[in-house]
Design a protein around this ligand. Sequence first.
Ligand code: PLP
Length: 442
Amino acid sequence: MALDRKPAPNDLSAFWMPFTANRQFKKAPRMLVSADRMHYRTDDGRDVLDGTAGLWCCNAGHNRPKIVEAIRQQAGELDYAPAFQMGHPKAFELANALRDMAPEGMEHVFFTNSGSESVETALKIAIAYHRARGEGSRTRLIGRERGYHGVNFGGISVGGIVNNRKVFGSLLTGVDHLPHTHLPKENAFSRGQPEHGAHLADELEDIVALHGAETIAAVIVEPMAGSTGVLLPPKGYLERLREITEKHGILLIFDEVITGFGRLGSSFAAEHFGVLPDLMTTAKGLTNGVIPMGAVLTTAAIHDAFMQGPEHLIELFHGYTYSGNPIASAAGLATLETYREEGLFERAADLAPYWEEALHSLKGTRHVIDIRNMGLIGAVELEPVAGAPTKRAFSAFLKGYEKGIMIRTTGDIIAMSPPLIIEKEHIDQLIGTLKDVLEGLH
Ligand SMILES: Cc1ncc(COP(=O)(O)O)c(C=O)c1O
């Protein structure tokens, strides 16, 4: 990587930063100016080890030649094509490649620009699907406490993170929530899927009894809840959810925005856990985070329910100006090729035991009350500072950045999800530095 030092702009006032403590940031900015493979470079010339694959999205690491070249070429060949009533080859190629990578049964792909849009799209398809089949009363959506499904109104309605919901009004009506699956008393320091909690899926039966199955369109869950702080599905939980949804004719949506593209050591969590949903939402790793793009995958049964009536009529009144954008499609194709050529999903699976050992070596470190892991994801939960929740983990994030590692925090949980190209030495550095940071925190 070139030793490029770039001065920070001296006026930071206009950019209202997302999910950021703006005033604090602007007093002490953390500026990234370049990136290569496992590292970011800061504006003061330091290398920072990427322990989070950006925002859970750069699964192949940074500055990957195939992806960079594909974007360059595509920009010069076909920069944009209308997404409605027109096509271009790469969007079809990418849809096919995604279908081929997805668990058997996922047959069709609807392109979006983000995880949030994938969620909105999946929720809308679910409701419209039932209507197309003459079951228009099925409009209710069931999410889960602590779920994160992006930031649009549908997503925050089915989501279950209070700060993302409470100041935004009444949200969607006709939404209910399953309980979350975090049982620290029973499951603390579990490795991989926790033993206890499959029974929490049975709460869906209570929700069905309360509302009537004929009013419920879909249940949406993250197969492994990431943004809320890495909550793993207890053994048997997802299987139970699938059984109950199927029994009542309710669609099951897996939000695979984080778990897709190798994070758990398989292409998707659906494959990893051997549970096939009706719809899957994706984004992030689809283009290695390089260009905004998301996709919703559906079974043939869902897609085909719309393919009725006169052929000149639009079947689904939904889509985005940038659905299947040519440059995003080119980036997606190059990304999937990079994953395949470098065997990155298998690599994640092979490294997972080393990652697990390293993470759990933090047991007994100051402030640590729980550690959870699966694939190349890990979370370290800290005892909150009395009366000041989130402060301790955020201090760990700031200190870690100073010491050359990038981690993420949610509440008092530190989450890590490195690029799948990580080497064992990087894992040692990440965990070793985190240990020093935690031991030094008040
Ligand atoms: C499970 C899940 N769904 C949806 C989203 C939203 O994605 P985006 O930020 O691309 O809108 C995220 C983002 O972290 C996510 O983790």
